[in-house]
Design a protein around this ligand. Sequence first.
Ligand code: PHE
Length: 372
Amino acid sequence: MTLEELKKKVDLTLADLGVHDEAGVNALFSEARETMNQERQKLVSHSNDPEFPGLVKEFRNLCLARKRGLVARIDENWLKTAPSELRPVVGRAFNNLRVQAEHLYAEESLVRLAQKLREVEAKERPDLTLPGYRRPLGSIHPITRVQREIEDIFLGLGFAIETGPEVETVYYNFDALNIPESHPSRDDWDTLYIDSQTVLRTHTSPVQIRAMEKYGAPLYIVIPGKCYRNDKPDASHSPMFHQMEGLAVDVDITFADLKGTLDFFAKKFFGETARTSFRPSFFPFTEPSGEVYVSCAICDGQGCSVCKQSGWIEVMGCGMVHPQVLRNGGIDPDRYSGWAFGLGIDRFAMMKYGIDDIQLFFQSDLRFLRQF
Ligand code: PHE
């Protein structure tokens, strides 16, 4: 029986329908139940549709609406008009049908609930078939890499690593290093002042004094760190750059120790064929002072455009620690002597990797950084 047929039949009485006995009643009711079941089946097939809740309501009204619902009309037209001898049979069949209709509707609510749960679950359950998140691996910045390489060479020689503040007092940055106010070399560092007594350190040398005060002698340290000068950025200048300071203080330290150590270091860093050359220079905090040259790695000292045909490249300043500097650090210059050097880590990295612009280190361009 189709729904349309059932809808017509529920408006007629059992007598109209030619139902006069128990078998006929049971057959009719079972057909009615079957039809309602089919409607429910249709409803279930729409449980994924957005209009599903509306369809459930429609189904409820179809079966259970107070006046025009199938159950109400069956009550009205089949049960109430049934002849008394059929009453018990019709009454039992009607009750079954009513309970079933209510069940069907209640089940539908459950289906809907289950459906909702399934949706929520699907949203929250990770899809294990998706590819994983790939976090890009970072790499060590070339400056850090070269800094560590230099540190490692000196650690191997028994040196320790020491650091100090980048915001430094005028005393440690200049005065204690034997650079009095009037001294012309104070201009050489084009200093960035915080106030009259505070600067951004122009070199790592102030940590020489801090370390002497802190540890006394003997002392073997390297000091990596950022330094600042009021320089216009260009291919070879940056207002922020990196230095590595070296300091050895002990009894009987001579210039020969300085030369031997730095020659060993140059060969470790640039390769065994590297040679060093020491030329006189001046720094207020070392006496005598020197500049260290390394044979050009590009042409092996033959002369090329990088070393300007000289075969040599200047790589650092150095010298024997000035007695006054030892004194300022609380060390007796009559008992102890020492040497120091200072090099630019950025320049070493440029030489090592053949980079011709220091700015590349500080622009965070991944195309550049990915190469390391
Ligand atoms: N501090 C010096 C500079 O920045 C380098 C240096 C360090 C020279 C130690 C001699 C000894 O140029």
